[in-house]
Design a protein around this ligand. Structure first.
Ligand code: TXA
Ligand code: MG
Length: 353
């Protein structure tokens, strides 16, 4: 079965097509849709069978919970048993937007949606098409990123079609995702809020709003011993098919190291490429994929997943990436990049070349 393709501008949802997509979800089907972060794969969050279908379509382990998307504040009461004051305050600043908050769940939310947990992750997206679809679907859409499990999250409708085009009922093409990285996740089920996944809303901004915030050690761990609290963060993710390494160090050392690695790989007859910032692109030998200006984190974030997919399409076998600054949005960029690299880090300047 081929997914029905619906097209509309991001800021002007088409009422007829939205009604059709909403009906598909109300009847237990799956619709992929745009949000300001990445495309989501939506099903009725209150229907266990729909959540099971989402896991099957993505090939996702069923212990990895789904985020429930709402389109109005009033919808929260039915799914969250307790919403602390701090969460209300943070929500007043960042909802609707790229923020997911975790609460203890009510009985209305099936365990199929929460991966067996007693908590529920909730997001109120700002994207107009997402909001219209949520309303037309009954108010509660469970949606993981609309990629096959393990692949980079989709930032364009073509990415969704590539991964899931023959596994779901419909895809709404509402243009490219603005942000390009998944939402910031904050857990409010403990006394001090805990950051479980870095995103567009940085830890610096969270601290400003909340005062105290803990960062889940699983976020920066190299996948070895520490189990992250967001189950999805433990899985290999975003990985291109080629072998990706991140090279850290002073810029001149990074350039020298990458060029020498490329030379070696080329001698061995491997296809290889460099993932880098605009400023240094001309310093590399061989093929370069530019993520954007180093100083413009938003540009780099928006380009990352699309570029990782492009590397697959082009069949690149060895990829060497520059590291990016890890303040503010940079923390989310480096989190995804290091996951994509399976934490393969080369420290330039420490080796004797
Ligand atoms: O930006 C986003 O959040 C996108 C768009 C579509 O909204 N969605 C998204 O969903 O990234 P997904 O399923 O790809 O990632 C959800 C993450 C996973 O790491 C999952 O383990 C975690 O959220 N999560 C969901 N519910 C949770 C819960 N109750 N407790 C802890 N972690 C949870
Ligand atoms: Mg995902």
């Amino acid at each position: 079965m081929k997914a029905l393709l619906l097209r509309m501008p991001p800021d002007n949802p088409d009422p007829e097509q939205i009604e059709e997509a909403g009906r598909i979800i109300r009847e237990g089907g799956l619709v992929a849709f745009p949000t300001e972060t990445v495309y989501g794969l939506g099903g009725n969050a209150l229907d266990p069978a729909s959540s099971k279908k989402i896991y099957a379509a993505k090939g996702r382990p069923s212990d990895n919970p789904l985020i429930v998307h709402i389109a109005e504040w009033e919808a929260l009461d039915r799914i969250a048993a307790e919403v602390p004051q701090k969460a209300l305050m943070l929500g007043r600043i960042y909802w609707p937007g790229p923020l997911t908050m975790i609460f203890s769940k009510t009985e209305e939310v099936p365990y199929e949606t929460t991966g067996g947990l007693d908590t529920v992750a909730v997001r109120f997206p700002s994207h107009k098409v997402a909001q219209a679809l949520i309303r037309a679907s009954g108010g509660y859409i469970a949606a993981p990123s609309a990629n096959l499990s393990g692949r980079p999250s989709p930032t364009k409708a073509v990415h969704v079609i590539e991964d899931l085009g023959d596994r779901i009922d419909a895809v709404i093409d509402g243009g490219d995702a603005d942000i390009g990285l998944e939402s910031t996740i904050v857990d409010f089920t403990e006394d001090v809020p805990v950051l479980l996944r870095p995103g567009y809303i940085s830890v610096e901004k969270l601290r400003e709003a909340l005062g105290e915030i803990r960062v889940d050690p699983g976020i920066i761990a190299d996948n070895s011993g520490i189990i992250p609290k967001a189950p999805g963060m433990k899985y290999r993710h975003y990985a291109p098919k080629g072998t990706l390494s991140v090279v850290e160090g002073r810029p001149e050392d990074v350039i020298r190291t990458i060029n020498s690695l490329i030379e070696e790989a080329e001698k061995a007859g491997r296809s290889c490429a460099v993932l880098c910032a605009d400023e240094t692109a001309s310093s590399y030998r061989g093929k370069v994929y530019i993520l954007g200006c180093r100083a413009d984190e938003e540009e780099v974030a928006a380009a990352l997943f699309d570029t990782l997919r492009q590397l697959d399409t082009d069949g690149v076998e060895y990829i060497y990436s520059e590291a990016f600054p890890s303040e503010n949005l940079g923390a989310a960029i480096m989190n995804r990049l290091l996951k994509a690299a399976g934490h393969r880090i080369i420290h330039a300047g420490e080796e004797s070349l």
